[in-house]
Design a binder for this molecule. Structure first.
Ligand code: SAM
Ligand code: MD0
Ligand code: SF4
Length: 359
């Protein structure tokens, strides 16, 4: 058995900094890092690569979970169809637009419109048109790029959303291990979910792919997912730790160890130095921001307006009404670690440039 040395890790990191991303075996090797000095070397390389491509500017995403109704029953999700404990609401267009305007006024760079697979929007053409109209209004009112996270959507619906002005389509596979997928996204098709992302891209939207850690995945699984993300050519890639949810079949499963998520953020940065990689406030709230930035993230997601009755997903109420998931609260954290919020123009330029390459 090969013994680990700081030298091996250093070689992998030097290569990554010279534009050669780690291969599958190297990713697995890095994921097994436990020693504090090894971990710090990896995080440092991830931060260096972030700086090379983005300087010290960080993008900020506002989050509006406007409908928590869902036809699916994902085993990890608080908002799964059969959970009687989760708050169920569908905001009116007016309420959603107001929340987006409030976020825009606070200084976010993008509005992420997220929903369960709510039949009100998914049932038919009319539903898709309702969603398209909402997107247009929000773009018009805020002038910001919009991301839509509607779950799996058919190609016709994706075309409509793109034509209405949606810049991004987010849809996370969580895992590319088919066996684990089938235990998480019960009764859903792995292939359809992947195809939805390719269709969104063909319809002209940028795409975000994502992973969940702490779901029984191996280091090999994560390395394979990184390869799948490369194949998809995702523009934004994320990882979130599994957070157990009351009232679900996975309620008693232990929460994911955070170091796995942090290492995965760093590996995503080593693998895709110039792509967008979020630090989500939806796992550990504001307290978890610094360690995620330390690992190489360059986007902060899940900023939610306080007192708006809007939920988070993995942490449905953490830090929201206290106003801690806000631009005002994240800025001092960024400044303390030598980072700063980008300008809205910088972000829009990034998006426009990537979209022009797609067309
Ligand atoms: N319903 C749409 C879908 O499933 O694609 C969009 C919203 S879904 C609620 C957004 C994401 O939240 C999921 O893909 C998952 O990555 C994350 N999430 C949900 N429950 C979680 C949990 N218990 N722990 C960690 N992340 C979770
Ligand atoms: C987040 N709670 O960014 C949000 C959500 C959906 N596009 C994003 C998972 O953490
Ligand atoms: Fe519905 Fe999305 Fe939750 Fe699955 S993860 S139950 S699709 S809201």
């Amino acid at each position: 058995m090969h013994t680990r040395t700081g030298q091996d890790i250093r070689q992998i990191l030097v290569k990554a900094k010279n534009g050669i991303p780690p291969d599958r075996a190297e990713l697995v090797y890095l994921l097994d890092a436990v020693d504090q000095s090894e971990l710090e070397m990896i995080f440092q390389a991830a931060r260096d690569l972030r700086e090379m491509h983005f300087g010290n500017s960080i993008f900020l995403y506002g989050f509006v979970y406007f409908s928590t109704y869902c036809r699916n029953n994902c085993s990890f999700c608080y908002f799964r169809r059969s959970n009687k404990l989760s708050p169920r609401y569908r905001k009116s267009d007016q309420e959603t637009i107001e929340a987006a305007a409030q976020l825009s006024g606070s200084g976010v760079h993008l509005i992420d419109l997220t929903m369960g697979e709510d039949p009100y929007y998914h049932r038919d053409d009319e539903g898709a048109s309702r969603l398209a109209a909402l997107i247009s209004e929000i773009k018009c009112k805020t002038g910001l790029p919009v991301m839509i996270s509607p779950g799996v959507a058919d190609p016709g619906m994706l075309e409509k959303l793109s034509a209405a002005g949606a810049d991004w389509y987010a849809c996370y596979q969580e895992t590319h291990n088919h066996d684990i997928f089938s235990k998480l996204r019960l009764g859903q098709s792995y292939e359809l979910r992947m195809a939805s992302k390719r269709n969104a891209r063909n319809a002209g939207m940028l795409i975000e792919e994502g992973l969940m850690t702490g779901i029984g995945e191996t280091a090999q699984d994560i390395a394979m997912s990184i390869e799948m993300m490369r194949e998809l050519q995702a523009h934004q890639i994320r990882v979130m730790s599994f957070v157990p949810q009351e009232g679900t079949t996975m309620a008693d499963r232990p929460a994911a160890e955070r170091i796995r998520e942090l290492l995965t953020i760093a590996l995503l940065r080593l693998s895709f130095p110039d792509r967008l990689i979020p630090a989500s406030l939806d796992v550990d709230g504001l307290a978890g921001l610094e360690e995620r930035m330390h690992a190489g993230a360059n986007v902060i997601t899940s900023l939610i307006p306080p007192q708006s009755g809007l939920a988070g997903v993995a942490q449905s109420d953490m830090d929201i009404n206290e106003g801690l998931r806000s631009v005002q609260e994240v800025k001092p954290v960024l400044n303390r670690i030598g980072l700063k919020a980008a300008s809205a123009e910088d972000y829009t330029r990034w998006v426009e440039n990537e979209r022009s390459i797609l067309r």
